[in-house]
Write a protein that binds this ligand. Structure first.
Ligand code: IMP
Length: 440
Protein backbone atom coordinates (compact mmCIF):
# COMPACT_ATOMS: atom_id res chain seq x y z
CA UNK A 1 0.00 0.00 0.00
CA UNK A 2 1.24 3.51 -0.75
CA UNK A 3 2.21 5.73 2.14
CA UNK A 4 2.13 9.52 2.51
CA UNK A 5 4.51 11.33 4.87
CA UNK A 6 4.31 15.01 5.80
CA UNK A 7 7.47 16.88 6.76
CA UNK A 8 6.94 20.18 8.55
CA UNK A 9 9.01 22.71 10.48
CA UNK A 10 8.05 22.85 14.15
CA UNK A 11 9.75 26.16 15.01
CA UNK A 12 10.12 29.48 13.12
CA UNK A 13 11.39 27.88 9.90
CA UNK A 14 14.92 27.00 8.75
CA UNK A 15 14.95 23.75 10.73
CA UNK A 16 16.80 21.87 7.97
CA UNK A 17 13.78 20.36 6.22
CA UNK A 18 15.48 20.28 2.80
CA UNK A 19 18.09 17.68 3.70
CA UNK A 20 15.55 15.40 5.38
CA UNK A 21 13.07 15.65 2.53
CA UNK A 22 15.89 14.73 0.18
CA UNK A 23 16.93 11.85 2.44
CA UNK A 24 13.35 10.52 2.66
CA UNK A 25 12.93 10.78 -1.10
CA UNK A 26 14.74 7.45 -1.41
CA UNK A 27 11.42 5.96 -0.33
CA UNK A 28 9.06 8.23 -2.30
CA UNK A 29 8.08 8.57 -5.92
CA UNK A 30 6.66 12.06 -5.52
CA UNK A 31 7.38 15.23 -3.51
CA UNK A 32 4.65 17.84 -2.99
CA UNK A 33 4.71 21.51 -1.94
CA UNK A 34 1.46 22.68 -0.34
CA UNK A 35 1.94 26.25 0.97
CA UNK A 36 4.16 29.32 0.92
CA UNK A 37 6.08 30.38 -2.15
CA UNK A 38 9.61 31.43 -3.02
CA UNK A 39 10.01 32.96 0.44
CA UNK A 40 11.27 29.48 1.35
CA UNK A 41 14.79 28.53 0.53
CA UNK A 42 17.14 25.70 1.07
CA UNK A 43 20.41 24.36 -0.16
CA UNK A 44 20.87 20.69 -0.92
CA UNK A 45 24.34 19.18 -0.94
CA UNK A 46 24.39 16.02 -3.06
CA UNK A 47 27.32 13.67 -3.63
CA UNK A 48 30.84 13.46 -2.29
CA UNK A 49 34.23 14.90 -3.28
CA UNK A 50 34.68 16.18 -6.82
CA UNK A 51 31.17 15.15 -7.88
CA UNK A 52 29.55 17.07 -5.01
CA UNK A 53 26.92 19.56 -6.16
CA UNK A 54 24.95 22.22 -4.37
CA UNK A 55 21.40 23.06 -5.43
CA UNK A 56 19.51 26.11 -4.17
CA UNK A 57 15.74 25.71 -4.27
CA UNK A 58 12.93 28.09 -3.40
CA UNK A 59 9.80 26.88 -5.13
CA UNK A 60 10.60 23.61 -6.86
CA UNK A 61 10.12 20.63 -4.49
CA UNK A 62 13.43 19.10 -3.33
CA UNK A 63 12.61 15.79 -5.01
CA UNK A 64 13.68 17.31 -8.32
CA UNK A 65 17.32 16.47 -7.61
CA UNK A 66 16.43 12.75 -7.52
CA UNK A 67 16.06 11.04 -10.87
CA UNK A 68 12.58 9.76 -11.70
CA UNK A 69 10.84 11.49 -8.77
CA UNK A 70 7.76 13.52 -9.69
CA UNK A 71 7.32 16.96 -8.13
CA UNK A 72 4.00 18.65 -7.49
CA UNK A 73 3.14 22.26 -6.60
CA UNK A 74 -0.31 22.28 -4.97
CA UNK A 75 -3.02 24.96 -4.95
CA UNK A 76 -1.89 26.19 -1.50
CA UNK A 77 1.32 27.62 -2.98
CA UNK A 78 1.48 31.21 -4.25
CA UNK A 79 3.37 31.17 -7.52
CA UNK A 80 5.77 33.71 -8.98
CA UNK A 81 5.85 32.31 -12.51
CA UNK A 82 8.99 34.27 -13.43
CA UNK A 83 10.83 32.89 -10.44
CA UNK A 84 9.67 29.35 -11.17
CA UNK A 85 10.95 29.53 -14.76
CA UNK A 86 14.24 31.01 -13.56
CA UNK A 87 14.66 28.18 -11.06
CA UNK A 88 13.82 25.56 -13.70
CA UNK A 89 16.42 27.12 -16.03
CA UNK A 90 19.10 26.92 -13.34
CA UNK A 91 18.30 23.27 -12.61
CA UNK A 92 18.34 22.40 -16.31
CA UNK A 93 21.71 24.11 -16.71
CA UNK A 94 22.95 21.88 -13.89
CA UNK A 95 21.92 18.91 -16.04
CA UNK A 96 18.61 17.96 -14.39
CA UNK A 97 15.54 17.00 -16.32
CA UNK A 98 12.74 19.10 -14.82
CA UNK A 99 9.78 19.98 -17.04
CA UNK A 100 8.35 16.50 -17.55
CA UNK A 101 8.56 15.73 -13.82
CA UNK A 102 7.17 19.00 -12.43
CA UNK A 103 3.43 19.54 -12.17
CA UNK A 104 1.76 22.79 -11.14
CA UNK A 105 -1.80 23.28 -9.93
CA UNK A 106 -4.01 25.54 -12.07
CA UNK A 107 -5.40 26.90 -8.78
CA UNK A 108 -2.18 28.52 -7.51
CA UNK A 109 -2.65 32.28 -7.05
CA UNK A 110 -0.08 34.23 -9.09
CA UNK A 111 2.37 36.59 -7.42
CA UNK A 112 2.50 39.65 -9.68
CA UNK A 113 4.62 42.81 -9.60
CA UNK A 114 2.10 44.78 -7.56
CA UNK A 115 2.21 42.19 -4.76
CA UNK A 116 5.94 42.63 -4.43
CA UNK A 117 5.62 46.41 -4.52
CA UNK A 118 2.86 46.37 -1.89
CA UNK A 119 4.85 44.02 0.36
CA UNK A 120 7.95 46.24 0.27
CA UNK A 121 6.08 49.55 0.54
CA UNK A 122 4.05 48.37 3.53
CA UNK A 123 7.08 47.03 5.30
CA UNK A 124 8.93 50.33 4.69
CA UNK A 125 5.98 52.30 6.07
CA UNK A 126 5.70 50.24 9.26
CA UNK A 127 6.89 51.64 12.55
CA UNK A 128 10.41 50.19 13.25
CA UNK A 129 9.08 48.41 16.36
CA UNK A 130 6.33 46.74 14.36
CA UNK A 131 8.21 45.58 11.28
CA UNK A 132 7.46 41.97 10.40
CA UNK A 133 10.67 41.64 8.44
CA UNK A 134 9.03 39.94 5.45
CA UNK A 135 11.12 38.44 2.68
CA UNK A 136 9.73 41.11 0.33
CA UNK A 137 8.60 38.48 -2.20
CA UNK A 138 4.95 39.54 -2.31
CA UNK A 139 3.69 36.54 -0.32
CA UNK A 140 1.30 38.34 2.07
CA UNK A 141 -0.44 40.55 -0.54
CA UNK A 142 -0.97 37.53 -2.81
CA UNK A 143 -2.66 35.50 -0.07
CA UNK A 144 -4.78 38.57 0.70
CA UNK A 145 -5.97 38.63 -2.91
CA UNK A 146 -6.72 34.92 -2.70
CA UNK A 147 -9.05 35.24 0.29
CA UNK A 148 -10.54 38.47 -1.11
CA UNK A 149 -11.46 36.40 -4.19
CA UNK A 150 -9.73 38.74 -6.61
CA UNK A 151 -6.52 36.75 -7.24
CA UNK A 152 -5.40 35.86 -10.73
CA UNK A 153 -4.64 32.18 -10.71
CA UNK A 154 -2.46 30.01 -12.95
CA UNK A 155 -5.37 28.87 -15.14
CA UNK A 156 -6.40 32.49 -15.84
CA UNK A 157 -3.19 32.77 -17.90
CA UNK A 158 -4.72 30.51 -20.55
CA UNK A 159 -7.66 32.86 -21.16
CA UNK A 160 -5.90 36.10 -22.18
CA UNK A 161 -9.03 38.19 -22.60
CA UNK A 162 -10.44 37.24 -19.23
CA UNK A 163 -6.98 37.72 -17.70
CA UNK A 164 -6.72 41.23 -19.17
CA UNK A 165 -10.14 42.16 -17.82
CA UNK A 166 -9.50 40.81 -14.31
CA UNK A 167 -6.08 42.41 -14.21
CA UNK A 168 -7.53 45.82 -15.14
CA UNK A 169 -9.93 45.64 -12.21
CA UNK A 170 -7.49 44.38 -9.60
CA UNK A 171 -4.73 46.74 -10.70
CA UNK A 172 -7.03 49.75 -10.49
CA UNK A 173 -7.58 48.88 -6.87
CA UNK A 174 -3.93 48.16 -6.00
CA UNK A 175 -2.57 51.17 -7.89
CA UNK A 176 -4.92 53.36 -5.90
CA UNK A 177 -3.45 51.95 -2.67
CA UNK A 178 0.13 52.17 -3.96
CA UNK A 179 -0.10 55.79 -5.09
CA UNK A 180 -2.65 57.35 -2.72
CA UNK A 181 -2.00 55.48 0.48
CA UNK A 182 1.58 54.19 0.29
CA UNK A 183 2.93 57.12 -1.75
CA UNK A 184 4.81 54.96 -4.18
CA UNK A 185 4.74 54.28 -7.93
CA UNK A 186 1.88 52.59 -9.73
CA UNK A 187 2.42 49.37 -11.70
CA UNK A 188 1.99 49.78 -15.46
CA UNK A 189 -1.00 47.79 -16.70
CA UNK A 190 0.30 46.88 -20.16
CA UNK A 191 3.78 45.93 -18.91
CA UNK A 192 2.25 43.70 -16.23
CA UNK A 193 -0.16 42.10 -18.69
CA UNK A 194 2.58 41.38 -21.26
CA UNK A 195 4.98 40.04 -18.69
CA UNK A 196 2.39 37.71 -17.13
CA UNK A 197 1.01 36.37 -20.41
CA UNK A 198 4.48 35.79 -21.85
CA UNK A 199 4.91 32.96 -19.31
CA UNK A 200 1.69 31.13 -20.18
CA UNK A 201 3.09 29.00 -22.99
CA UNK A 202 6.06 27.86 -20.92
CA UNK A 203 3.92 26.98 -17.92
CA UNK A 204 1.08 25.24 -19.74
CA UNK A 205 2.69 21.79 -20.26
CA UNK A 206 3.29 21.55 -16.49
CA UNK A 207 -0.22 22.56 -15.40
CA UNK A 208 -2.06 19.55 -13.95
CA UNK A 209 -5.00 18.87 -11.65
CA UNK A 210 -2.83 18.09 -8.62
CA UNK A 211 -5.57 16.58 -6.48
CA UNK A 212 -6.36 14.07 -9.24
CA UNK A 213 -2.68 13.42 -10.00
CA UNK A 214 -1.88 12.63 -6.35
CA UNK A 215 -4.89 10.34 -6.10
CA UNK A 216 -3.72 8.44 -9.18
CA UNK A 217 -0.13 8.34 -7.91
CA UNK A 218 -1.28 6.77 -4.64
CA UNK A 219 -3.49 4.35 -6.53
CA UNK A 220 -0.47 3.29 -8.58
CA UNK A 221 1.32 2.49 -5.30
CA UNK A 222 3.50 5.60 -5.18
CA UNK A 223 4.65 6.92 -1.81
CA UNK A 224 4.39 10.69 -1.50
CA UNK A 225 6.29 13.17 0.59
CA UNK A 226 4.61 16.47 1.50
CA UNK A 227 7.27 19.13 1.96
CA UNK A 228 6.33 21.96 4.30
CA UNK A 229 7.93 25.40 4.06
CA UNK A 230 8.51 27.93 6.90
CA UNK A 231 7.44 26.55 10.30
CA UNK A 232 4.55 26.07 12.71
CA UNK A 233 5.29 29.21 14.75
CA UNK A 234 5.07 31.24 11.52
CA UNK A 235 1.63 29.78 10.71
CA UNK A 236 -0.90 32.55 10.02
CA UNK A 237 -3.43 31.07 12.49
CA UNK A 238 -1.33 29.28 15.08
CA UNK A 239 1.93 31.23 15.03
CA UNK A 240 3.06 34.36 16.85
CA UNK A 241 0.54 36.53 14.99
CA UNK A 242 1.04 39.11 13.47
CA UNK A 243 4.76 38.19 13.21
CA UNK A 244 4.01 35.27 10.93
CA UNK A 245 3.92 34.43 7.25
CA UNK A 246 0.59 34.51 5.42
CA UNK A 247 0.01 30.80 4.90
CA UNK A 248 -0.87 27.83 7.10
CA UNK A 249 2.40 25.98 7.58
CA UNK A 250 1.03 23.11 9.65
CA UNK A 251 0.46 19.49 8.64
CA UNK A 252 -3.28 19.97 8.06
CA UNK A 253 -2.45 22.28 5.18
CA UNK A 254 -0.89 19.34 3.33
CA UNK A 255 -4.49 18.25 2.73
CA UNK A 256 -6.09 21.64 1.99
CA UNK A 257 -3.15 22.89 -0.08
CA UNK A 258 -3.20 19.94 -2.48
CA UNK A 259 -6.67 18.41 -2.46
CA UNK A 260 -5.70 15.18 -0.70
CA UNK A 261 -8.00 13.91 2.08
CA UNK A 262 -6.51 14.25 5.60
CA UNK A 263 -7.05 10.51 6.19
CA UNK A 264 -4.47 9.91 3.47
CA UNK A 265 -1.67 11.50 5.53
CA UNK A 266 -0.09 8.61 7.39
CA UNK A 267 2.87 10.01 9.30
CA UNK A 268 3.89 13.58 10.28
CA UNK A 269 7.58 14.24 10.86
CA UNK A 270 8.39 17.43 12.79
CA UNK A 271 11.79 18.88 11.93
CA UNK A 272 13.32 20.61 14.94
CA UNK A 273 16.70 22.22 15.44
CA UNK A 274 18.56 21.18 18.62
CA UNK A 275 18.25 24.86 19.58
CA UNK A 276 15.94 27.62 18.26
CA UNK A 277 16.33 30.26 15.55
CA UNK A 278 14.12 32.96 14.12
CA UNK A 279 14.63 35.40 11.26
CA UNK A 280 12.65 38.65 11.05
CA UNK A 281 10.68 40.44 13.77
CA UNK A 282 8.51 39.15 16.61
CA UNK A 283 8.86 37.75 20.12
CA UNK A 284 11.31 34.94 20.92
CA UNK A 285 11.32 34.03 24.65
CA UNK A 286 14.48 31.86 24.74
CA UNK A 287 16.56 34.27 22.61
CA UNK A 288 20.28 34.65 23.36
CA UNK A 289 22.83 37.31 22.58
CA UNK A 290 24.55 36.29 19.33
CA UNK A 291 27.19 39.01 19.26
CA UNK A 292 29.35 38.40 22.38
CA UNK A 293 31.84 35.62 21.64
CA UNK A 294 31.37 34.08 25.10
CA UNK A 295 27.59 33.66 24.63
CA UNK A 296 26.25 30.22 23.61
CA UNK A 297 24.15 32.21 21.13
CA UNK A 298 27.35 33.25 19.35
CA UNK A 299 28.33 29.58 18.94
CA UNK A 300 24.87 28.75 17.58
CA UNK A 301 25.02 31.64 15.13
CA UNK A 302 28.64 31.13 14.07
CA UNK A 303 29.05 27.35 14.05
CA UNK A 304 25.48 26.84 12.84
CA UNK A 305 26.07 29.37 10.01
CA UNK A 306 22.70 30.89 10.87
CA UNK A 307 22.17 33.22 7.93
CA UNK A 308 18.79 33.35 6.11
CA UNK A 309 18.93 31.59 2.72
CA UNK A 310 16.58 34.02 1.00
CA UNK A 311 17.33 37.39 2.63
CA UNK A 312 20.89 36.75 3.93
CA UNK A 313 19.90 38.26 7.30
CA UNK A 314 21.53 36.85 10.45
CA UNK A 315 19.09 34.55 12.23
CA UNK A 316 18.37 35.21 15.90
CA UNK A 317 19.36 32.20 18.08
CA UNK A 318 18.25 30.82 21.45
CA UNK A 319 17.87 27.77 23.66
CA UNK A 320 15.58 24.89 22.73
CA UNK A 321 12.01 25.88 23.61
CA UNK A 322 10.14 22.74 24.66
CA UNK A 323 7.06 24.76 25.65
CA UNK A 324 6.77 26.07 22.09
CA UNK A 325 7.42 22.58 20.74
CA UNK A 326 4.61 21.18 22.85
CA UNK A 327 2.14 23.42 21.03
CA UNK A 328 3.68 22.52 17.69
CA UNK A 329 3.50 18.81 18.43
CA UNK A 330 -0.21 18.98 19.20
CA UNK A 331 -1.23 21.23 16.31
CA UNK A 332 0.59 19.05 13.82
CA UNK A 333 -0.29 15.69 15.36
CA UNK A 334 3.39 14.80 15.14
CA UNK A 335 4.23 11.12 14.75
CA UNK A 336 7.92 11.71 15.35
CA UNK A 337 10.63 14.34 15.64
CA UNK A 338 13.76 14.76 13.59
CA UNK A 339 16.39 16.76 15.52
CA UNK A 340 18.88 18.63 13.32
CA UNK A 341 22.21 20.42 13.89
CA UNK A 342 22.98 18.66 17.17
CA UNK A 343 26.72 19.12 16.54
CA UNK A 344 26.34 22.91 16.82
CA UNK A 345 25.93 22.40 20.59
CA UNK A 346 29.14 20.31 20.96
CA UNK A 347 31.41 21.84 23.60
CA UNK A 348 28.79 23.97 25.40
CA UNK A 349 29.27 22.97 29.04
CA UNK A 350 25.69 23.41 30.21
CA UNK A 351 22.57 23.53 28.10
CA UNK A 352 19.33 25.24 29.02
CA UNK A 353 15.99 23.90 27.86
CA UNK A 354 12.99 26.21 28.14
CA UNK A 355 10.27 24.13 29.81
CA UNK A 356 7.66 26.84 30.31
CA UNK A 357 7.24 30.54 31.04
CA UNK A 358 6.22 32.97 33.66
CA UNK A 359 3.41 35.05 32.25
CA UNK A 360 1.97 37.85 34.41
CA UNK A 361 3.08 36.05 37.57
CA UNK A 362 1.64 32.67 36.53
CA UNK A 363 3.50 29.60 35.31
CA UNK A 364 2.43 28.38 31.83
CA UNK A 365 3.79 25.29 30.15
CA UNK A 366 2.84 25.96 26.55
CA UNK A 367 3.54 28.89 24.21
CA UNK A 368 0.55 31.26 24.39
CA UNK A 369 -1.46 32.23 21.32
CA UNK A 370 -0.48 35.54 19.69
CA UNK A 371 2.57 37.75 19.85
CA UNK A 372 1.52 40.09 22.67
CA UNK A 373 1.31 37.34 25.28
CA UNK A 374 4.43 35.63 23.96
CA UNK A 375 6.34 38.91 24.27
CA UNK A 376 5.53 39.02 28.01
CA UNK A 377 6.71 35.43 28.62
CA UNK A 378 9.81 35.01 30.74
CA UNK A 379 11.44 31.64 30.03
CA UNK A 380 11.80 29.05 32.79
CA UNK A 381 14.85 26.88 32.20
CA UNK A 382 15.98 23.41 33.14
CA UNK A 383 19.76 23.02 32.92
CA UNK A 384 21.34 19.80 31.67
CA UNK A 385 25.03 18.91 31.17
CA UNK A 386 26.52 19.37 27.69
CA UNK A 387 29.19 17.21 26.03
CA UNK A 388 32.69 17.82 24.68
CA UNK A 389 32.81 15.07 22.07
CA UNK A 390 32.24 15.73 18.38
CA UNK A 391 28.81 14.61 17.16
CA UNK A 392 29.24 15.82 13.57
CA UNK A 393 28.54 13.00 11.12
CA UNK A 394 27.67 10.36 13.74
CA UNK A 395 25.35 7.81 12.16
CA UNK A 396 24.44 5.47 15.05
CA UNK A 397 22.51 6.35 18.21
CA UNK A 398 24.93 4.27 20.37
CA UNK A 399 27.87 6.35 19.08
CA UNK A 400 26.46 9.62 20.43
CA UNK A 401 28.02 10.86 23.69
CA UNK A 402 25.90 9.81 26.70
CA UNK A 403 25.04 13.43 27.53
CA UNK A 404 23.88 14.09 23.96
CA UNK A 405 21.59 11.06 24.19
CA UNK A 406 20.28 12.31 27.55
CA UNK A 407 19.63 15.74 26.03
CA UNK A 408 17.63 14.19 23.18
CA UNK A 409 15.74 11.91 25.55
CA UNK A 410 14.86 14.92 27.68
CA UNK A 411 13.51 16.78 24.63
CA UNK A 412 11.50 13.72 23.69
CA UNK A 413 9.96 13.51 27.18
CA UNK A 414 9.20 17.23 27.37
CA UNK A 415 7.63 17.37 23.91
CA UNK A 416 5.85 14.01 24.33
CA UNK A 417 6.97 12.91 20.85
CA UNK A 418 9.59 10.26 20.02
CA UNK A 419 12.84 11.39 18.42
CA UNK A 420 12.79 9.14 15.35
CA UNK A 421 15.66 10.74 13.42
CA UNK A 422 18.74 12.80 14.29
CA UNK A 423 20.55 14.67 11.54
CA UNK A 424 24.24 15.18 12.35
CA UNK A 425 25.47 16.86 9.16
CA UNK A 426 24.37 17.99 5.68
CA UNK A 427 25.23 14.71 3.94
CA UNK A 428 22.64 11.98 3.49
CA UNK A 429 24.56 9.39 5.52
CA UNK A 430 25.05 11.80 8.42
CA UNK A 431 21.70 10.67 9.81
CA UNK A 432 20.69 8.49 12.76
CA UNK A 433 17.44 6.58 12.21
CA UNK A 434 15.55 5.09 15.13
CA UNK A 435 12.21 4.64 13.33
CA UNK A 436 11.81 5.19 9.60
CA UNK A 437 8.66 7.18 8.68
CA UNK A 438 8.03 5.06 5.59
CA UNK A 439 8.40 1.74 7.36
CA UNK A 440 6.00 2.26 10.24
P1 IMP B 1 6.85 36.62 4.41
O1 IMP B 1 6.63 35.14 4.36
O2 IMP B 1 7.83 37.07 3.36
O3 IMP B 1 5.58 37.40 4.39
O4 IMP B 1 7.56 36.98 5.80
C1 IMP B 1 6.87 36.90 7.04
C2 IMP B 1 7.77 36.37 8.13
O5 IMP B 1 8.08 35.00 7.88
C3 IMP B 1 9.12 37.08 8.26
O6 IMP B 1 9.49 37.12 9.64
C4 IMP B 1 10.07 36.17 7.51
O7 IMP B 1 11.41 36.31 7.97
C5 IMP B 1 9.49 34.81 7.87
N1 IMP B 1 9.80 33.79 6.86
C6 IMP B 1 9.23 33.62 5.64
N2 IMP B 1 9.74 32.56 5.02
C7 IMP B 1 10.64 32.02 5.83
C8 IMP B 1 11.49 30.86 5.74
O8 IMP B 1 11.50 30.11 4.76
N3 IMP B 1 12.29 30.63 6.83
C9 IMP B 1 12.27 31.41 7.93
N4 IMP B 1 11.50 32.49 8.07
C10 IMP B 1 10.69 32.79 7.02
Amino acid sequence: MSKNVVVIGTQWGDEGKGKIVDWLTDHAQGVVRFQGGHNAGHTLVIGQGASQREYKLNLVPSGIVREGVNCYIGNGVVLDAGHLLYEIDGLEKAGLEVRNRLKVSPGCPLILDYHVRLDKAREAARDPERKIGTTGKGIGPTYEDKVARRALRVYDLFYPERFAEKLREVLDYHNFVLTKYLNTDAVDYQAQLDSALSKAELLQPMVTDISAALYEANKAGHNLLFEGAQGTLLDVDHGTYPYVTSSNCISGQAAAGTGVGPGMLHYVLGITKAYTTRVGGGPFPSELDIESTDSPGFQMSDKGREIGTVTKRKRRCGWFDAAALRRSARINGLSGLCITKLDVLDGIQELNICTGYELDGKRVDMLPVGADDVARCKPVYETVPGWNENTFGVSRWEDLPANARHYLERLEALCEVPVDIVSTGPERDETIVRRHPFSL
